[in-house]
Ligand binder design. Structure first.
Ligand SMILES: Cc1cc2nc3c(=O)[nH]c(=O)nc-3n(C[C@H](O)[C@H](O)[C@H](O)COP(=O)(O)OP(=O)(O)OC[C@H]3O[C@@H](n4cnc5c(N)ncnc54)[C@H](O)[C@@H]3O)c2cc1C
Length: 479
């Protein structure tokens, strides 16, 4: 590989161009470091890529679409990608959870209006999700930078922690009626865990609260535009970006005082090999990947024909029926099964961004959770769940593109066995990610840092792993 960066090579090399790699690279470049970013695939972005997966003119986000964490993240708030032309577009309804009988629970931007739709659960929604939203950025900053000391909002954190540390099955039982209970279960299911496990309520509270505090936006033109905006910032700062170059050994990289790895433990073990101390290697080998995802992208002849028209205004749709059904579906997956009626997460980006499809047409994606590495085709089960709440859906399908765990991993090596979060996010790997440490981004090799979603705070488009790793690297190498 060529040495770049003008005279004397690079100050920092970043391997992998997901949101964490890009954010880490931007933080280093903005501090004046000469940065080289190396990406295995032909296009940058990792989980931010957008492609015409089905038909010409239909732009599908291969991975992330709905990016509240990008608006909430202290890292991306500081970088402010809107300065590079990135536009966040909001659906009128952040999330809908259809129920049998043609009605739906709606999670709106406004917490009071949302609570108003939940009848006798209104007060409880305001006191749980609403309170989390009202705690605002100080609480979000504490949760997205969990090892920062002192915590940014200790009192809000304590209040959130009382309910958030519990299983979603316990906190969700605070709600009495079907609609609020189902809505909360759908939120908590973003944890991709058995909802009877600790901290799953915390996922539900935070994700639902973000709908009220920052909204659940999509990126105009596809999430790729966010990656392209960050790359434009990098190039403007003089950084060099190399694509189509899979790093197989750290020795292939040009020497630099700092190397950031936007990789999960499996790839770190592959490319760092015996540079890592034996004890650390053993701990990385014990790192656990979580359940996988089976995803279908659709090109549609028109919008999804939801029984409840309000669902047609939602960017995200949770398809799983009642609280009990969602809990049972996620438990089956956690135990290695494939439920007939899985919890399905649907995204209709066109509701906020019609540019994703030719005039009058729509894109839609839906995924369900599956055991890690599963090769079971879940297309029929996913479509039954969609048809249940949108009869006639199949008649609108012009084309579909299916990705099980193996296809996701081929698209992005970090999605090991279809795990979209860089490792299980249960309570143990919440506090030790990838190992128990006050600075888990710093690897036990001078100048080497881990910055992916396998570090705190885990999966999602927030860039905090990159931000924290770059901050440590700048601290360690300041002259
Ligand atoms: C189907 C799906 C839907 C999702 N939906 C959402 C959503 O709506 N909202 C949300 O916030 N999050 C979502 N996510 C999760 C989100 O995409 C990830 O959590 C996020 O992208 C992780 O960022 P990262 O920078 O850690 O790694 P990644 O984005 O995974 O990037 C890692 C990069 O490293 C590269 N790489 C790997 N190995 C090498 C190597 N040896 N040499 C060079 N390069 C290498 C990969 O090609 C990749 O580009 C979704 C993920 C998937 C798969």
């Amino acid at each position: 590989m060529n040495r770049g960066g003008g005279s004397g090579g690079f100050d920092a090399v970043v391997v992998g161009s997901g949101p964490n790699g890009l954010v880490g690279a931007v933080r280093l470049a903005e501090a004046g470091r000469r940065v080289l970013l190396v990406e295995a695939q032909d296009r940058i972005g990792g989980g931010l890529r957008t492609e015409e997966l089905t038909l010409p003119g239909f732009r599908h986000d291969v991975c992330a679409t709905v990016v509240p964490l990008a608006l909430a993240s202290p890292a991306l708030r500081a970088i402010d990608p809107t300065r590079d032309g990135v536009e966040f577009l909001h659906p009128r309804v952040p999330a809908a959870h259809p129920l049998d009988g043609g009605r739906a629970a709606l999670v709106l931007r406004d917490a009071a209006a949302t609570a108003g739709g939940f009848g006798r659960d209104a007060r409880r929604w305001r006191a749980t999700v609403g309170a989390t939203a009202r705690a605002g950025f100080p609480l979000v900053d504490t949760l997205l930078a969990p090892l920062d000391l002192p915590p940014h909002a200790p009192f809000s954190l304590a209040r959130y922690g009382v309910l958030g540390a519990l299983p979603a099955t316990v906190t969700g039982a605070l709600f009495r009626d079907t609609a609020a209970r189902a809505a909360f279960a759908g939120m908590a299911a973003h944890s991709i865990l058995d909802l009877g496990a600790p901290v799953t309520a915390g996922y539900g509270l935070l994700i639902a609260a973000l709908a009220h505090s920052v909204g659940w936006p999509v990126v105009r033109g596809g999430t790729q535009s966010l990656a392209d905006g960050l790359a434009a910032r990098l190039r403007g700062l003089g950084a060099e970006i190399v694509t189509g170059r899979r790093v197989r050994d750290l020795g292939e990289l040009p020497p630099a005082p700092v190397t950031l790895l936007d990789l999960t433990p499996r790839q770190v073990l592959e490319i760092a090999r015996d540079r890592l101390p034996l004890g650390y290697r053993r701990r990385l080998e014990r790192y656990r990947y979580g359940s996988g995802v089976f995803k279908v992208d659709y090109a549609l002849d028109g919008p999804v024909p939801w029984s409840d028209p309000a669902v047609g205004e939602a960017g995200t749709v949770h398809l799983g029926g009642t609280f009990e059904e969602v809990v049972a579906g996620e438990l089956a997956v956690a135990r290695g099964g494939h439920p007939d009626r899985p919890f399905v997460l649907g995204v209709q980006a066109c509701v906020a961004d019609p540019s994703r499809a030719p005039a009058g047409k729509h894109t839609f994606w839906a995924y369900c959770h599956v055991p890690n590495g599963s090769d079971v085709d879940m297309t029929a089960a996913i479509e039954s769940q969609i048809e249940r709440f949108a009869p006639g859906f199949r008649d609108r399908v012009l084309a579909r593109h299916v990705m099980g765990p193996a296809a996701l991993e081929a698209h992005n090596a970090n999605e090991v066995g279809g795990d979209i979060n860089g490792g299980a996010g249960d309570w143990r790997q919440f506090v030790s990610r990838p190992t128990l440490s006050a600075a888990p981004w710093r690897l036990p090799v001078a100048g080497l840092y881990l910055c992916s979603s396998s570090t705190p705070p885990g999966g999602g488009v927030h860039g905090m792993g990159g931000w924290q790793a770059a901050g440590l690297a700048l601290h360690d190498t300041r002259s």
